[in-house]
Design a protein around this ligand. Structure first.
Ligand SMILES: [Zn+2]
Length: 259
């Protein structure tokens, strides 16, 4: 089960690597809801995420998220535990230092229009997840019980990747797919086409053509003789020739052969 999940994660992460230039160490922006879920499930975020992604991960948070969890921690012990976890992570400046905003809004502002800083957003917040699905290249990570889950790329991300392919040539991911499809369809690749062309160029040697032509004439001549012979044979077989005419014909042929 674990390996299947890791394979899925690699595939989904691979999509973002190939189409949105995500690179290791992967930056994971973590909010209070995710740390709370991690605490409840005794999930060690740093260790288990790097295992899950089979890569180095950089956990981050923002001042707004810390402030929000601080506010909520007064209402619940669990949240105060989550706050202590989230405070361990490096804080990325979000631009709301003077007037903090909600964690959801803050994370959305970090991702902006196209997630140019390439964050993976770790959140359990359904509303935030819905908003992130509308942004191309914004991977969503959540905990399903104890299992970390990197959501498959959203429709918007997939369409965006397709358009990149149309506008700026194919992505590596698409190229691979095209290769495989071509192989299946039996369509030759560029290298094979070149080989075929070479064959065409080198194939009919003009000298050999000349020889062939000479041969052809020779062959034709001999063929004619053969045809004549066979024609005679056929005639002999088919037509009943009178004995005296036969003799005359034989004599004629003998005369011709002698001359
Ligand atoms: Zn902020």
């Amino acid at each position: 089960m674990k390996t299947v999940r890791q394979k899925k994660a690699r595939r989904n992460l691979g999509f973002f690597v190939n189409n949105f230039k995500f690179r290791s160490p992967f930056q994971v922006l973590i909010d209070g809801t995710f740390t709370l879920a991690a605490l409840e499930n005794k999930f060690n975020i740093q260790d288990q995420l790097s295992k899950y992604f089979q890569s180095e991960v950089k956990l981050l948070t923002t001042p707004c998220i810390i402030l929000e969890t601080e506010k909520l921690s007064s209402f619940s012990k669990a949240v105060s535990g989550a706050m202590q976890i989230v405070k361990q992570y490096p804080i990325h400046k979000c631009g709301h230092e003077k007037y903090s905003i909600s964690g959801t809004k803050c994370l959305l502002s970090m991702v902006r229009k196209n997630n140019s800083f390439r964050y993976i957003i770790a959140t359990q917040d359904r509303e935030l997840q819905d908003c992130l699905r509308k942004i191309p290249g914004a991977p969503i990570l959540y905990l399903h019980g104890k299992a970390p889950t990197l959501e498959a790329p959203s429709q918007v991300s997939r369409e965006y990747a397709k358009n990149i392919c149309k506008g700026l040539g194919m992505t590596e991911w698409e190229k691979e797919n095209v290769k495989v499809l071509k192989e299946i369809a039996g369509i030759t690749d560029g290298t094979e086409v070149k080989l075929k062309k070479k064959k065409k160029k080198g194939g009919p040697n003009p000298l050999s053509c000349l020889k062939k032509n000479k041969n052809k004439t020779q062959v034709k001549v001999s063929k004619n003789v053969e045809e004549k012979k066979s024609g005679r044979n056929k005639k002999r077989k088919k037509m009943k020739i009178a004995a005296h005419i036969k003799e005359a014909l034989i004599a004629e042929i003998k005369n011709k052969q002698e001359t």
